[in-house]
Design a protein around this ligand. Structure first.
Ligand SMILES: Nc1ncnc2c1ncn2[C@@H]1O[C@H](COP(=O)(O)OP(=O)(O)O)[C@@H](O)[C@H]1O
Ligand SMILES: [Mg+2]
Length: 372
């Protein structure tokens, strides 16, 4: 198969990027994927996504790959651009691995994702979205609280000052998020307790072995959080003292965690792979704190290690992600063929929009419907 791996190359896009390490990491994931997919006999290109999306569109059209492996997590140093890449791929009529623009957009609008979870009865901590410091007076949640950017991931903007126990600290933390990230702050009830990750993979989705962050040393006597430093600065105390380990849970609790995580992922129409982050309260109730439909696939990071614990090498994981996308592509084509002609005619304007009229030529593998 001809594959194109898309990855963001934007670690130097901003003068001061609070997420530089996370963005650099994506290039290493892309290179690891390139290695194993090439080894498996595929013809693989790496295409970095930089400032100019039309250059990416041109590169994709020239290559005419069978599938794109989409690893993009941001655009121009802005996580909010993540969702535009699968949007572009949809526009070009190119199939790709992983989650849709819709799912990525929802996950990165954490307040919207939480509203959906609430509506579906999936437990997630109470919260406020603060667009201005004036709105601080509305916050009526019990202390302690955590303040995080509402449109980021990878622990960006999270440090020990993100957990607050009084109004002054709350105001400072909200102000900092708004100034640094130019976006509303999410203020959420802090859940004391174990931090459990549920990696989900496949169609239908199944959980890989659950992992847990074991907070020690530097976190003792504090309300622990997986800070940006803990996640990305390998030489920091915070990183050393927060290893990811296999989660040992009683079977009933483990099953409940998987149930809650799956319900959360499905609420966002998640597909193929992703990771749901939970906290367990003192009654053993899991609360969804984060949904990651584009989680880190680095061979040494949690998702790939969970796959390995289930007996799947990184190469097998990569090939499985490609297979899932390939099956979807074939399924989409099969459903196109079997639709009645009248329905195809009705869908015409939409299809034109998706294939971009003049912007993209219809791809060779797409059979023209008989009605055209
Ligand atoms: N409600 C919460 N209660 C306790 N800790 C939390 C809560 N929300 C986030 N955290 C801590 O902050 C970290 C980062 O927050 P998260 O919501 O996962 O954001 P990101 O999308 O940046 O990963 C989590 O790994 C966890 O340690
Ligand atoms: Mg998280």
């Amino acid at each position: 198969m001809r594959l194109t791996i898309l990855h963001n190359r934007d670690a130097d896009a901003l003068e001061e990027d609070p997420g530089r390490e996370a963005r650099e990491d994506v290039e290493r994931v892309a290179s690891a994927m390139h290695g194993v997919l090439t080894q498996a006999g595929h013809v693989v290109d790496l295409v970095p996504v930089e400032r100019d999306l039309s250059a990416v569109a041109d590169a994709l059209q020239r290559r005419r790959a069978d599938l794109v492996v989409n690893l993009c997590e941001s655009l121009n140093g802005d996580s909010r651009g993540e969702m535009l890449v699968p949007g572009l791929l949809d526009l070009l009529g190119v199939h790709y691995t992983g989650n849709s623009a819709f799912t990525l957009a929802l996950a990165l609008h954490k307040n919207k994702a939480k509203e959906l979870l609430r509506a579906r009865g999936v437990p997630t901590p109470d919260f406020w979205l603060l667009e201005s410091t004036d709105a601080l007076k509305n916050v009526d949640l019990p202390w302690p609280l955590i303040v995080k950017p509402s449109r980021e991931d990878a622990s960006m903007g999270i440090d020990f000052d993100s957990v607050v126990s009084d109004r002054r600290a709350l105001s400072r933390a909200v102000d900092r998020v708004r100034r640094t990230f130019k976006q509303p702050a999410l203020v959420e009830r802090y859940v004391k307790g174990r931090e459990i990750y549920v990696p989900l993979l496949g169609r239908p989705l199944a959980a890989l072995p659950l992992t847990e962050i074991r907070f020690g040393g530097v976190f003792t006597g504090r309300l622990p959080v997986l800070t940006y430093r803990a996640k990305w600065q390998a030489d920091s105390d915070e990183c050393r003292d927060s290893p990811s380990v296999a989660a040992r849970l009683p079977p009933k609790l483990e099953a409940r965690c998987v149930e809650v995580a799956t319900a959360a992922f499905e609420a966002l129409e998640g597909r193929d792979y992703g990771r749901v982050d939970l906290r367990l309260d003192e009654d053993g109730q899991p609360w969804v704190i984060d949904i990651n439909p584009n989680c880190d696939l680095h061979p040494q990071a949690g998702f790939a290690r969970a796959a390995q614990a289930a007996g799947h090498s990184f190469a097998e994981l990569a090939l499985h992600l490609v297979d899932l996308a390939w099956e979807r592509r074939n399924g989409d084509q099969a459903s196109r063929r079997t639709r009645p002609a009248a329905a195809r005619r009705a869908a015409q304007p939409h299809r034109d929009l998706l294939t971009g009229r003049g912007l993209v030529r219809a791809r060779a593998h797409r059979r023209r419907p008989a009605a055209e």
